[in-house]
Design a protein around this ligand. Structure first.
Ligand code: GLC
Length: 473
């Protein structure tokens, strides 16, 4: 009989059900990759739980029944459903606080607080309801952090079985709103913690406090969060927890992101047929209304429009490049101010810069397959997925030396790296890249180096398995 490890994996979003950002990619891939590690000795029974967001349109969803959580002097109903993707069991949780909140993440912090506290506590109780005891609760970011806190306090107050708590940390500064009142309405008390006062009412800090293991999504980010610059006010606390923190780099879905089979792109290619990439550049130029030109450097930005991503740094860099011939496509949505700045940039350089302010997975793939360089000048980047996808498609990343970008892009070998979060530093890196770009053979070598990297989930999943094993004795 293989030893079984049961893992309840909680996330606010997961591909293919609903995806807003990188968290959705990770929660869509990692649970499956973990299950695939099962062998004769060990069975990894990972199950995913998601809020049944109104936007989720899944088929083959079966009701699992209704149970309730105590709230104030009455009760609130939890409706549980079950479905699966590729053998991964998936539970969807519904209830009034989830229905009341139309979007995955609301602009109304109170609605989000209500939804995610409810979801986190309901997911914990779901395990009882289906008579399945997890060995590990694996939460992701602030939205699901209260499950870890609830698990720990249950252990303390009710002498419940030891269930290990793991938190994968995708974005430290997003800690969630003050949830003290909401937690109290569910009968969950605030414990004495060694967190700073301002933090002890917020989900992410409470979840980190309750974690047996904290897993930032890259080794560099794991070090950065211990510093004042990246520690978002929690670095003192995190330094005390140092022993429990270890970074594990995300992977990407290398089956889906494969230029040799991707049917969102015009011409498929691999390391042996790299010249076919030119067709994709041409098609993209056509689609965007740029003139065909194989030799002109073509930049892509595929990103949430967010200060975190250094979008403003990229815009300012492009603005200074009046004398340089280039084409650029900017794809993404987010901060209205940055979307406006993008439009201004397009107005300023109508022949050079095109902006598509929307979420478009197909166009994103065409950008990876058709542009020469991807710009990612992030202020901080816990992991970053776009640079890995770009490299797999032979698009050379130009990135800032932070977080996962530092762990995945090698200067002059697979991409170009700069240090300071300043547009002139980015311009410096772009100019270096353009010099190499002019030398066809040298450029091709960088593309091939990037395409040869292994960014599959397999290695990361093995690290998580090692971690689980160290936690469940
Ligand atoms: C967040 C981070 C990003 C990371 C992603 C998945 O979106 O900002 O760096 O790649 O989560 O972990």
């Amino acid at each position: 009989m293989p030893k079984t490890i049961n893992v309840l994996f909680l996330a606010a979003e997961a591909d293919p059900f609903v995806k807003v950002g990188g968290l959705g990619d990770v929660a869509g891939s990692l649970p499956k990759a973990l299950r695939e590690l099962s062998n004769d000795e060990i069975k990894l029974d990972v199950r995913l739980v998601l809020p049944y967001h109104p936007v989720i349109k899944a088929e083959n969803v079966n009701p699992l029944g209704i149970f309730s959580l105590p709230r104030n002097s009455s009760e609130v109903e939890v409706e549980a459903f079950e479905t699966s993707v590729d053998d991964l069991p998936v539970y969807l949780i519904n209830g009034e606080p989830i229905r009341a909140n139309g979007s995955v993440y609301s602009a109304d912090a109170k609605l989000d607080a209500e939804k995610y506290v409810f979801f986190s506590l309901a997911a914990l109780k779901l395990a009882n309801h289906i008579n399945w005891t997890p060995d590990v609760i694996h939460a992701n970011d602030w939205h699901t952090a209260i499950s870890l806190y609830g698990n720990l306090t249950k252990r303390w107050e009710e002498g419940a079985k030891h269930i290990a708590n793991v938190m994968t940390l995708h974005n430290l500064p997003f800690m969630g709103p003050d949830v003290r009142d909401i937690m109290e309405s569910y009968g969950v008390k605030l414990a004495q913690t060694d967190l700073p006062d301002w933090a002890r009412v917020m989900p992410l800090p409470l979840g980190l406090w309750a974690s047996d293991a904290i897993v930032p999504v890259s080794p560099t980010y794991a070090n950065e969060i211990l510093t004042e610059e990246f520690g978002a006010g929690l670095f003192d606390f995190l330094q005390i927890r140092r022993e429990t923190i270890s970074g594990i780099l995300n992977g990407i879905d290398t089956t889906s992101f494969d230029p040799s089979t991707d049917n969102a792109i015009g011409a498929n290619y691999d390391v042996n047929t790299l010249e076919k990439r030119w067709t994709n550049k041409k098609l993209l130029q056509e689609r965007l209304g740029f003139p065909h030109d194989q030799n002109i450097p073509f930049f892509g930005i595929v990103s949430r429009m967010d200060i975190q991503k250094g979008i403003d740094i990229a815009f300012n860099a492009l603005k200074t490049m009046k004398k340089i011939d280039f084409q650029a496509i900017i794809l993404g949505t987010g901060d209205p101010k940055l979307e406006e700045a993008a439009q201004d940039l397009q107005t300023l350089f109508p022949d050079k810069i095109k902006v598509q302010a929307r979420f478009d997975a197909g166009l994103a793939r065409q950008i990876y397959a058709g542009t020469d360089m991807l710009l990612m000048p992030s202020r901080y980047e816990p992991c970053g997925l776009a640079q890995m996808i770009a490299m797999r498609y032979g698009c050379v990343p130009i990135v800032r030396k932070v977080g996962g970008l530092n762990d995945t892009v090698k200067q002059n070998e697979t991409g170009f790296v700069f240090e300071k979060p300043l547009h002139m530093s980015l311009v410096g890196a772009i100019k270096k890249a353009l010099k190499v770009f002019a030398d066809k053979e040298a450029w091709k070598q960088i593309q091939l180096n990037g395409m040869a990297q292994d960014f599959s989930w397999h290695a990361s999943a093995k690290e998580y398995l090692k971690l689980y094993l160290s936690l469940v004795k």
